[in-house]
Design a protein around this ligand. Sequence first.
Ligand code: CO8
Length: 259
Amino acid sequence: MALTSLDKKNQYALLTINRPEALNALNEDILSEIHEHVESLNSDKDIRGLIITGTGEKAFCAGADIGQMASFNPEQAEAFARKGHKTMNAISGSDLITIAAINGFALGGGLELALSCDMRIASENARMGLPETGLGIIPGFGGTQRLSRLVGPALALEIILTGTQVKSDRALQIGLVNQVVELAELLPTAEKMMGIITGKKGPEAQKIARWLVHSGLEQPLSAALEREINEFSQIFSRKEPGIGLTAFKEKKEPNFTGE
Ligand code: CO8
């Protein structure tokens, strides 16, 4: 039986991890399913966004499956880490605009899954952390890199070395999440944000801006700024500036999709 479900809505999809008996922990099958869903959405012209969440009120995802890892040798550990990275990279590297709706625990690989998304919205009961060093291992699905790029090395090291569970109010304070809302409001809030994003903005402009933000983090500032100038000029060879700038002058709503 599938351990994840995919529900297509207007311009975006909702992916839910369905393994509540293990607090939605990630095994190989779930990683494969998430990867397949992202691949299929990449080729779906009607879908521009993805919200990822977990079943139930307790956990977004409590990490990689600890039972599965207990007997690993180094080769098996590498294969599992590579599989996790492949899935996280598929999310961060796709053209989908992604939001993690964190409904409870997001620990270890669960937080790493949320970190592979563009934005994170957490419920008030959410607890986020990278407890791996307490298990004698290290974050292995991108956490050492994505968390430090998001909150800075000092806070990332505090979280990694203490293994603390960060409560949602502190997560908001340090920029780990974008918003904190009541649990009942979590999906409506994520869906509302996705609706604004996929609503009346220029899809090409959003795609380029998103790519500049992500790719710029891997470049020296001067090169990334030069790339912005280049993309800014190139966008004027596309149709969106004509639609958006003209609509503003005419005091009308822009219609980028022509629908
Ligand atoms: N894997 C497998 N099963 C899990 C996991 C997990 N990560 N987390 C919880 N479960 C299971 C429990 O075993 C339990 O099952 P059962 O009822 O059969 O005993 C069930 O979920 C409910 O959990 P608890 O009874 O423990 O619930 P509590 O409310 O008491 O505690 C916690 C909730 C605090 C979330 C607790 O379950 C916990 O600490 N879980 C483990 C969290 C953790 O350490 N996560 C990190 C895992 S390591 C990781 O993610 C590494 C990623 C990189 C891998 C690199 C590859 C080499």
